[in-house]
Write a protein that binds this ligand. Structure first.
Ligand code: PEP
Length: 251
């Protein structure tokens, strides 16, 4: 996907069906026309209704928060990429730290989910990021490098070009502690360099890299103005239309 400014929300396991419809409508109605992309990452139960709302608004899209790697079959409780696609969602969040930690999603499994998503022409929003202990050790770039190498860098250039990356330091997710703009910029620059080394400068230049971790209306503008930060993946602040609209308006 060509590099774009993107504000993506991650509702996680929040909002009943009616609450989700109301939130999606409030965001859709409050959005100003722009070239930027807004993606709502919603629980599976909301996908179809939110996709119906989104299709009426230019620049508004929907993401699933996870998918199964198999095409179909006896996997009770799971959701396939075809199912996600069939309701009009075009994106899938893959490798969120909560999936890695609470559901033991390995590098190898995430590579399979990336492949499954791309095979149906949906776009993975691939999350990476280090825990606090790794940040304190100073090995955060190597940690993220391994995540990219093990789950993304098997891709040939063309499929890789579809990927959106979200750098989310785990110590900043849901904690209220945001990476400083300089910390975010340094890591995004390092990620772009890793992509340049594996693919090319052009591919690195065209990849959208989002920052996630306690993005709020008060800090979005400064984070998003960093040269290698193309937007955000937003958890808590995407649950309130006013806050999320302010973040969307921060570019
Ligand atoms: C997230 O869930 O991806 C996230 C960044 O959450 P929060 O914005 O609440 O830190």
């Amino acid at each position: 996907m060509k590099r774009r400014k993107i504000a993506a929300g991650n509702w996680k396991m929040n909002k009943t069906f009616s609450e989700g419809r109301a939130l999606a409508s409030a965001i859709a109605e409050g959005m100003e026309p722009s070239e930027n992309l807004v993606i709502l990452g919603v629980p599976a139960i909301h996908l179809k209704a939110v996709a119906n709302t989104a299709k009426k608004v230019k620049g508004l899209e929907v993401a699933a928060q996870n998918c199964h790697q198999a095409e179909s079959g006896a996997y009770t409780g799971e959701i396939s990429v075809d199912m996600i696609k069939s309701v009009g969602a075009k994106y899938v969040i893959i490798g969120h730290s909560e999936r890695r930690e609470y559901f033991n999603e390995s590098h190898e499994l995430l590579a399979q989910k990336v492949d499954a998503t791309l095979s149906k022409r949906l776009i993975p929003i691939f999350c990476c990021g280090e825990p606090l202990s790794i940040r304190e050790e100073g090995t955060h770039v190597a940690h993220v490098k391994k995540q990219l190498e093990e789950s993304l860098f098997h891709l040939k250039t063309k499929p890789f070009e579809k990927i959106v990356i979200a750098y989310e330091p785990i110590w900043a997710i849901g904690t209220g502690v945001t990476a400083s703009p300089a910390q975010a910029q340094d890591m995004h620059k390092a990620i772009r360099q890793l992509i340049a080394d594996r693919y090319s400068e052009r591919v690195a230049d065209e990849t959208s890299i989002l920052y996630g971790g306690s993005v709020k209306p008060a800090n979005a503008k400064e984070l998003f103005s960093q040269p290698d930060v193309d937007g955000g993946l937003v958890g808590g602040a995407s649950l309130k239309a006013d806050d999320f609209l302010k973040i969307i308006g921060s570019f």
